[in-house]
Design a protein around this ligand. Sequence first.
Ligand SMILES: NC(=O)c1ccc[n+]([C@@H]2O[C@H](COP(=O)([O-])OP(=O)(O)OC[C@H]3O[C@@H](n4cnc5c(N)ncnc54)[C@H](O)[C@@H]3O)[C@@H](O)[C@H]2O)c1
Length: 337
Amino acid sequence: MNKVRIGVVGLGRLGFTHAENIRFHTKNTNLVAVCSHSLEELTKAREKLGVTNCFKSIKDMISGIKLDAVVLVSPSKHHAEQSSYCLQEGLHVFCEKPLATTIEACKEVEKELIKRPFQVFMLGFMRRYDPSYLYAKKCIDAGKIGRPILYRGYSVDPNSSIEGALKYAAQSSGQFIDMAVHDFDLARWFLKAEPTSIYAIGGCYLHEEYKQFKDGDNVSALLKFENDAMAFIFAGRTAAHGYNVETEIVGTKATLRIGSVPQKNLVEILDINGVKKECSQSFNERFETAFRNEIQEFVDCILEKRQPEIKAHDGTRASYIAEMATKSFKNNNLIKL
Ligand SMILES: NC(=O)c1ccc[n+]([C@@H]2O[C@H](COP(=O)([O-])OP(=O)(O)OC[C@H]3O[C@@H](n4cnc5c(N)ncnc54)[C@H](O)[C@@H]3O)[C@@H](O)[C@H]2O)c1
């Protein structure tokens, strides 16, 4: 195989970006098909990406065109079932986070993968492919910060994108699994340990609509890990200034901060109001490079017949922590994991 033939499932807020990256920014691959429930999105893909094989269902896509791999960017509740189905069809699978919205469903995918060690499976924890996060990981692994003792992660969407977030809320399974799952993954990655307890709180501070989903518009969690390290995680939907992903890893010898002042670029605007830095307004903008890098890694893994560093089990663990955080938030109690 010289070029990987990919079909993208889901062309929404993130799916179109993945399709665009595969079409224009990934080596050794062809975007040969797309699938969406929305006719409007399929028309856009045909016009902007030149894809002629457009399908309304994943089954039609897989039976209708020869593919090597799929990139699943459908709503989270479909991830596990679609991953298993595509694996059974002999395809390599890239699945957006979270792996699934229940632990049972995560484990089903893991079981399917045990039977298929030669098919590549990759999960979309794209922050692990962002150059700054990769650099931080290198520093930690080289011992430069000593013993990591605290992970602090802020992941907040701009309030300006609340309309789309509310539209998706019924299918998101809540803030912890939808947003904080990235931080649960990074905390495990950086601290190299599993959490042993979690306590979560939060509320609807600006958007009462989240109450109907027993969710909050801003939530947070405190975790203790088996190696005694700590984590504090905050996820929200109401940042006034833009898309704010901020991470800190405190060690015994040094502290690392990534994006502690969220910024669009290195430009500073000095005007009558003082000094200002603009901020990215969306995940697509802040993690543009990471999204491209992770898809390139998926394609390289297929061509080089190897598995990516992120395993399905990492997805199961992150979903489990998120599920326990949601339970703690709803019942207002500390949970031993
Ligand atoms: N890595 C990240 O930071 C990040 C950011 C945003 C979204 N995501 C993930 O991407 C996924 C999609 O999110 P989104 O915001 O793009 O959603 P969205 O609602 O904007 O788009 C969903 C897309 O899936 C299609 N779809 C719906 N049901 C389907 C089905 N049964 N089969 C095939 N296609 C179907 C819809 O037609 C639409 O094209 C979610 O799982 C979300 O968690 C990840």
